[in-house]
Design a protein around this ligand. Structure first.
Ligand code: ADE
Length: 360
C-alpha cells in the first residue's frame, strides 16, 4: 500500500477538511463502516487519553526514526481497534498489514507475514488471543529482537537458521484480554482498554458521519441515534444508515428526533440501546433463573446462543450500564436491570446502575 510521504519520510496526514464520501451508494456494511472511519488523530473523536498518548509515541517514533513500540488494544467489538491501527499507520507514514489470530494457523504463515514487512511497517493482528501456542512462541523473538528462528530441512539434517526481520510494530487487538498469556502481554510496550464512548462523543460521531454521507440531521436526531448505540461507533454508523433509509421513505429525508426514534423503535433498539438479544438475555436471568446467580453456560443454552457472543458482546455493555452484575456464583440481574425490563425486582437484587449507569 503506497502512501504519500512528507520530506521527512513520514506520512502526510490528510488534514484538509474531510470530504463527503462518494455519492454512489455504498453496498456492503463493511465498506460503509470503512468509508466513515477517521483517518488521522485529528479526525478521531473520543478516547481522548489514548489518542493523546498515541500522538506522543508516534511523534517520538517519527522524529527519531524509531519503530513504534508494540501496542495492544483491548475492548468489546466496534470501539475502533482496527480503525486505530489504520490511523497509527497513516500518522507514522508506514504500510499496515492486516491479519487475525485464527488466520495465522501455522508457523510458516507467520514467517511469510513477517518477512514481507518493510522497515518500520505495522502489522495488525486482530483477535490476537486466538493465536496457537506454537505461533505465539515464534512471535516472541520477532517482537523482542526482530528475528525469526527457522529449521531448514527435515530429520537429522535439519539446520537451525535465524532470519533477521525488519524493525516493525505489532498492533494487537483483542476482545478478551483475560485470555492473553502473560508472556505475550509482557512483550507489548503498551496496552490499553478501550472504553465505551461518552454520549457527547457519540453524538459528534453521528453528526460527522451524517455530514460525510450528506444526509441532513439535527441535534435531536443525532442525540437519539447516539443514545441508542451503546457507546459504540460501529453501531451508531449502522443505525444511521437504517434511520437514513427510514427518513427517506417515511419522511422528507432529513433526520430529526421523532423520525429517528420511530425508526429505532421499529428496529427493536430500545431507549438504552439494548437490542433483542440483550433483552432476551436479561429476561432469561430475571424470569427463568429468578434473577440468578446463574452460570454463563446455562444462559447460553437457554438462548441457543454462543457463550463467546454473550461474553464479548452482550455482557460488557449490560455490566457497563449496571443491568447485571457478576458474582463468584454467576450472573445476577440488578434492580436497574429488572426495572429496565418493566419487572419488579426481588429484595435481594443488587441495586446496579452505580457509576456505570451514568453513561447514558
Ligand atoms: N467513526 C467511527 N469511529 C469514529 C471515531 N472514533 N471518530 C470519528 N468518526 C468515527
Amino acid at each position: 500500500m503506497a502512501r504519500k510521504k512528507h520530506d521527512d519520510g513520514a506520512a502526510a496526514p490528510d488534514t484538509a477538511e474531510e470530504k463527503p464520501v462518494a455519492p454512489v451508494e455504498i453496498k456492503s456494511e463493511r465498506a460503509w463502516q470503512a468509508a466513515l472511519r477517521p483517518r488521522t488523530f485529528d479526525e478521531y473523536i473520543g478516547q481522548r487519553e489514548l489518542i493523546d498518548n498515541l500522538r506522543i509515541s508516534v511523534r517520538a517514533a517519527r522524529e527519531n526514526g524509531w519503530p513504534l513500540d508494540h501496542f495492544l488494544f483491548a475492548g468489546p467489538p466496534g470501539l475502533g481497534k482496527t480503525t486505530l491501527a489504520h490511523v497509527i499507520a497513516t500518522e507514522l507514514g508506514v504500510n499496515l498489514h492486516v491479519t487475525s489470530g485464527p488466520a495465522i494457523d501455522h508457523k510458516g504463515m507467520l514467517a511469510s507475514l513477517l518477512t514481507s514487512l518493510g522497515e518500520r511497517d505495522a502489522l495488525f493482528i486482530d483477535e490476537i488471543h486466538r493465536l496457537t501456542p506454537i505461533v505465539e512462541e515464534n512471535l516472541y523473538p520477532a517482537m523482542e529482537d526482530f528475528k525469526f528462528d527457522l529449521f531448514i530441512g527435515d530429520g537429522p539434517h535439519a539446520k537451525a537458521v535465524t532470519m533477521p526481520l525488519p524493525r516493525f510494530t505489532l498492533l494487537g487487538a483483542t476482545t478478551r484480554m483475560g485470555l492473553l498469556s502473560a508472556p505475550l502481554l509482557d512483550r507489548f510496550g503498551f496496552h490499553w482498554q478501550l472504553r465505551y464512548y461518552e454520549p457527547a462523543d457519540m453524538t459528534a460521531i453521528v453528526l460527522r458521519s451524517a455530514n460525510l454521507i450528506g444526509v441532513p440531521i439535527d441535534a435531536d436526531g443525532a442525540t437519539e441515534i447516539a443514545r441508542r448505540s451503546r457507546g459504540t461507533p460501529r453501531i451508531a454508523n449502522r443505525l444511521l444508515r437504517r434511520v437514513r433509509d427510514f427518513a427517506a421513505v417515511k419522511g422528507d429525508g432529513s433526520i430529526r428526533g421523532p423520525i429517528a426514534a420511530s425508526a429505532l423503535d421499529r428496529l427493536a433498539v430500545d431507549h438504552a440501546g439494548l437490542d433483542a438479544l440483550d433483552r432476551a438475555y436479561l429476561s432469561v436471568i430475571c424470569e427463568r433463573f429468578d434473577g440468578g446467580p446463574v452460570g454463563i453456560e446455562a444462559i447460553a443454552a437457554s438462548l441457543s446462543e454462543e457463550r463467546g457472543t454473550l461474553e464479548e458482546v452482550v455482557e460488557p455493555f449490560l455490566l457497563q450500564v449496571g443491568f447485571i452484575a457478576r458474582t463468584p456464583r454467576g450472573r445476577v440481574a440488578t434492580a436497574a436491570g429488572y426495572s429496565h425490563m418493566g419487572l419488579s425486582a426481588p429484595a435481594r437484587a443488587p441495586s446496579g446502575g452505580g457509576s456505570q449507569g451514568r453513561l447514558f
